[in-house]
Design a protein around this ligand. Structure first.
Ligand SMILES: N[C@@H](CCC(=O)N[C@@H](CS)C(=O)NCC(=O)O)C(=O)O
Length: 233
């Protein structure tokens, strides 16, 4: 098998799901950290790898792939993982949930609510604009979190739309945890909290989320990020 390489950053919302999937499937992969906080993603070397100037990027031999959702699906097929079922309708259900996370919850919870608070380059110009932006995003994020809680996880399922873990859980975890880091209160959603505990109890979570947890648990690290003026999710 050709060699695998993953360009990522351990704090990035889009990288963490791929890192966790890779760890849980024991894939041999060359990990390359792209330093988002010094702006390495904007330099010519990385721009030649991904013109979008964003992580994650997967290389499999000479084949290069961007977009976390596409990378997860590619790796799952490569690893013949049950997390991406072969059955057409089960697979469509996973795709459906992944699109929901990536185009719906990500927009409201990550881009609308969390990033403006956590990453200086996402902050709105001025305190009033920042407050207005958060007031706009919060109810929209809450509406989607209610749907995730009541309909997608529900009282009886262990995972999103499924009894078994799928790629949707890995992808969704990246987005839900960044909302949590920004102070979204999950108290109203017991099924969501149970799912989050289940995901955090998986052995690969601690290993792949150590830097993320550390960064948002220590005010000192947060202000160090603010000083750089760089960095995104
Ligand atoms: N839709 C892309 C999003 C990739 C993305 O935005 N990555 C962020 C980290 S979460 C990034 O590299 N940002 C660098 C920048 O904006 O300068 C995916 O799912 O992979």
């Amino acid at each position: 098998m050709s060699s695998l390489r993953l360009y990522h950053h351990p704090i990035s919302t889009s990288s963490r799901p791929v890192m966790m999937f890779v760890a849980e499937h024991h894939l041999r992969i060359d990990h390359r950290v792209v330093d988002l906080f010094s702006g390495e993603q904007h330099g010519p070397a990385f721009t030649a790898i991904n013109p979008n100037q964003a992580v994650p990027v997967l290389e499999h031999g000479s084949f290069r792939l961007t977009e976390s959702s596409a990378i997860l699906k590619y790796l799952a097929d490569l690893a013949k993982s049950d997390a991406y079922p072969a059955d057409m309708q089960k697979r469509a259900r996973v795709n459906e949930a992944m699109d929901w996370f990536n185009t719906g919850l990500s927009r409201e919870l990550a881009y609308g609510f969390a990033y403006p608070q956590l990453f200086p380059n996402h902050g709105r110009p001025g305190a009033q604009a920042q407050a207005d932006g958060l007031a706009w995003a919060r109810p929209r994020a809450e509406r989607l979190l209610s749907i995730l809680d009541a309909s997608m996880i529900g009282p009886d399922r262990r995972f999103v739309l499924s009894e078994r873990i799928t790629l949707a859980d890995y992808l969704g975890l990246g987005i839900v945890t960044v909302g949590e880091a920004a102070g979204m209160d999950f108290a109203p959603w017991p099924n969501l909290r149970r799912w989050l505990s289940t995901m955090k109890a998986r052995p690969a979570y601690a290993q792949t989320h150590a830097i993320f947890t550390d960064a948002f648990g220590h005010a000192q690290t947060r202000s160090a990020m603010a000083l750089t003026g760089e960095g995104a999710c």
